[in-house]
Structure formats: C-alpha cells, structure tokens
Ligand binder design. Structure first.
Ligand SMILES: *Cc1c(COP(=O)(O)O)cnc(C)c1O
Ligand SMILES: [Zn+2]
Length: 467
C-alpha cells in the first residue's frame, strides 16, 4: 500500500518525496511542511460519494464493522495511507450536523441556512480525535510505542485517550507549560494516564523541547505538523457533505489557531473535486481571535496569498520580527486559538486559495456572546469554537454572505471543556475564588446568572413568578 502514497514537500520549487515509513515532520531539503499525496489512479476510489452510505448500518465486532462505525474510517478510501489492520479506532467522528433555525434567526439569517457541526461530540470532546486516530494508526504501523505532544489543551486530551485505548497501549507523553490551562482539558490528560511533564516555560518552550526529545528518544510527535492528523481531519468535511445528502454548502466557517483544520478542509475539497466526486467547492472563512490574529494580519491586512506556493515569505518574517521586537504575546479567552505563529500557515494559505477563502477577526466579547447563543439555542461549545458563529454573523452583516447562501460553522470543542469561561460570562465572577458569591450584574447581552433568593418558600414562589 505504501507505494501508492507518499509524503511530499508542499514547496513547488522542491517537491521532495519521502516514503511513508520515514519519520520526518518537515522537508529535510527546504524545511517546508509535508503533505500526504496519493497515487489515485492506482487506488480503488469510489465513483460517487453515495458509495459510503452502505456503511451506515454497520457496527460490529468484525474488523470492517469497526472501521465502518468510525466517522473517519468509513471514508477509508479517501485517506488510504495505512493498511486496515493497523488502524487505531475507538469510534471517533460520530458527530452531528444540526440545522439551527433559532440561531439563524437571531443573527438575521433565513431558517434552513445555518448549520452547526458539533465536533465536541467526539470521545475526547473535540475535533482533535479526527486527526489522532489517523496519526496513531501510522504510529502503530511504524511500531512506535511512545507518542508525545506539547499542548495544554485538546491535543493532549485526545492524545492521552488514544494512547491508552490503543491495542497494545502506547505511552502518551504530554508537555505542558506554566501558562494558563483550561482544567477541563488538563484533567483529561491526567485522568487518561498520560505522563505529563510541566516545563518551566511557555508553550513555545514546550514545543521546542518536545521536538528535541522526540528526536533523541524516538518519541512519535503528535502536534499538528504531523501531516497524518490533517488526513483524518478531512473527514469532518466528508461528514458535513454526508449529512447534507452530499450537497455542497456555500460556506465553511472555522476558527483558526495552528491552522491544521482549515488546511485539512482545503485538501479535502481539492481532492474530492479532482476525483470528480463533487462539482463545486464551498468558500472558506477562517476566524481569528483579535488577540491572536496573525493570519488576519497577514492575509486580510497585508494581502498575503498562496501564489502557487511562492508566497511572500518576507511579509511573514517581517510580522514575526515585529512581534519579537514588541515582545508580543497572544491573548484571548479562546485559549485553543491563542497562537501567534501558526505552524500550518502555508497550508492555510493554500486552503484559502483552493476555497476562495477569507479571514476575519472577532473580539473576546463577541466570541463569548456567540458562545452563549450556541448554548441558548444549541448544545453549547467552548470559547474558541464560537468564533466560527461570530464570524458567520459578521460576514452576514457585511453582506459577504448573502441571504440565500448555506453556511456551516464548525464547533470544534465541547461546552464542558472550559466551564470557567462559561461561569465567568454568566455570573460576572470567577466562582472558584468567590466565597460567598457576590451579587454582581454581568454585562453580557446573553448572561444568565442565578437569582439570589432567601431560604423561604414565599420568596422562592415570588422569584418563580407566582403570587
Ligand atoms: C485545536 C483547536 C482549535 C484550533 O484548530 P487549528 O487546527 O489549530 O486551527 C480550535 N478550537 C478548538 C476547540 C481546538 O481544540
Ligand atoms: Zn522541500
């Protein structure tokens, strides 16, 4: 199988090729990112997307039934880099696309036009499971037994879960810094038994050290420079299409952090289109938080474009030098996208090119407002996820999205990942440090704080609107 897929440098002036067996996370000639590229002519590709429907009913103890049950591997012909008996799957990717009319109405859109893709419904509570199942499968095939990442967030939660659920189990190793940590996520890494190293340094230090340690000790690296993770994340788009009876929407809107997800979406649609499985490619909107807006700066402000892979590297190094000079640190309540040097930046530029995409930024206040709306009208999400809905709202107000268009917002993580942010928004205080809770009036338009009532039935009934 491996001679029908390769790792290929994305730089058009290099295009160095590496076999799948080579453990390498950037081109050894030019340092660019790598892609997984398939020799589709020699692979069995379904002639239409309807092909995948026959797998819906299967859940079984058989090997094929296990793969059909997964929302990633039921599309295995579209990510054929690993033999079926190496696949590590725990039933990830069984997520849901919801048509949400109340939310559509709230932001001025017509009913039937706004859809929410709940990736928080994955086993570890975020979309990261889509990519982990793919990268773990390759790790298993290569006989790796120790896997590592630097993350204080959903990557470490997902890695820790897949490590102990693999057969045989692998050792999950998580490097965390001494910065801020959402307890929902850290608690998962600890509970799932990952060996957690708290480094006396920030996230950048962790990433640097995990790269060095992986090199020296042969740990298999699971940060999103790992191109197999993006192969798995393509399936999010397959499921969006599947839920719409294979009808392509007009817009895909996604928060942008390290830019792996949007990159995977671009690759998914490029391949589907080239294979003749779809006729049209949707547009892409990537939403940054204002406090971590590197992509917005580069693309929307500075006009940086993919340009066939010959993008203007000086624009990027200029921005990074200015950030260094001012000791810039990203800062946003949406911790999952609090990233200033996104590793997948070139691939994101390519995705913007493929999908006629654009980039916007939204403030933390607007993010929290839209998070509360997703909670009020849907199943909720974590702060970073709500950036997509805030972005949809903004683009609709700007008339970039027109009323007749269909919009899919990716909700990347579960509402319980970061309960502190939710409680802070609704109650206006950090409850963990408030004893007794002070009576404050939160200022958010959607705040829903508890009413204080004496321990008295009459007062309780009065508070409930009865005489
Ligand atoms: C990782 C993550 C993101 C950012 O995704 P990228 O692929 O890094 O852009 C957004 N939201 C949540 C909840 C995440 O866990
Ligand atoms: Zn190269």
């Amino acid at each position: 199988m491996s001679d029908k897929a390769h790792q290929v440098c994305i730089n058009p002036d290099c295009r160095a090729t590496y076999s799948l067996d080579e453990i390498i996370f950037s081109c050894s000639k030019c340092k660019s990112l790598l892609d997984i590229v398939y020799d589709w002519d020699r692979l069995a590709v379904p002639r239409s997307l309807e092909f995948f429907e026959h797998r819906w009913g299967t859940k079984g103890r058989t090997a094929a039934g296990r793969l059909d049950f997964s929302g990633i591997w039921r599309f295995r012909e579209l990510l054929p880099f690993v033999p079926e008996d190496s696949i590590v799957t725990i039933g990830e990717g069984r997520t849901q696309l919801e048509q949400n009319d109340p939310l559509a109405r709230h932001i001025g859109m017509k009913p039937g036009k706004l859809f929410l893709q709940y990736e928080g419904l994955n086993p570890s509570g975020s979309f990261k499971d889509n990519g982990m199942t793919a990268a773990f499968s390759l790790a298993k095939r290569l006989g790796r037994t120790r896997v590592a990442c630097a993350s204080t967030g959903n990557t470490s939660a997902s890695l820790a879960m897949f490590a102990h659920k693999s057969d045989p189990p692998m050792q999950g190793i998580v490097f965390i810094g001494s910065g801020k940590i959402a307890y929902g996520k850290l608690s998962q890494a600890l509970d799932y038994g990952a060996l957690t190293l708290q480094i006396e340094g920030d996230f950048d230090a962790c990433l640097r050290r995990v790269l060095q340690a992986s090199d020296r000790l042969g740990l298999y690296l699971m940060n999103s420079v790992n191109p197999y993770r993006l192969e798995g994340q393509k399936a999010i788009m397959y499921r969006v299409l599947e839920a719409r009876d294979w009808e392509v929407p007009d817009w895909i809107i996604v928060p942008g952090g390290n830019l792996g997800n949007c990159s995977a979406f671009g690759k998914a649609f490029r391949e589907l289109h080239d294979l003749g499985l779809i006729k049209r490619i949707p547009r892409l909107a990537i939403i940054n938080a204002t406090g971590a807006n590197t992509l917005y700066q580069l693309v929307t402000k500075d006009g940086l474009r993919w340009n066939g892979g010959r993008y203007d590297r000086a624009t990027i190094s200029g921005l990074y030098a200015a950030m260094d000079e001012s000791h810039y640190l990203p800062h946003t309540i949406a911790s999952a996208i609090e990233i200033s040097r996104p590793v997948n930046l070139p691939k994101a530029l390519r995705a913007i090119d493929i999908m006629n995409g654009l980039v916007r930024e939204v403030s933390d206040d607007v993010i929290l407002e839209h998070k509360a709306l997703v909670g009020k009208y849907g199943f909720g999400c974590e702060p970073a996820s709500a950036a997509s809905v805030a972005g949809a709202h903004m683009l609709f107000d700007e008339k970039v999205i027109s009323p007749g268009e269909t919009v899919v917002c990716i909700l990347t993580g579960h509402v319980l990942k970061d309960p502190d942010a939710t409680v802070m928004y609704h109650m206006g205080v950090d409850m963990k440090h408030a004893t007794p809770p002070p009576q404050v009036t939160p200022t958010g338009a959607c705040s829903n704080s508890p009413k204080r009532v004496p321990d008295d039935l009459e007062a309780i009934c009065a508070a409930l609107g009865e005489k």
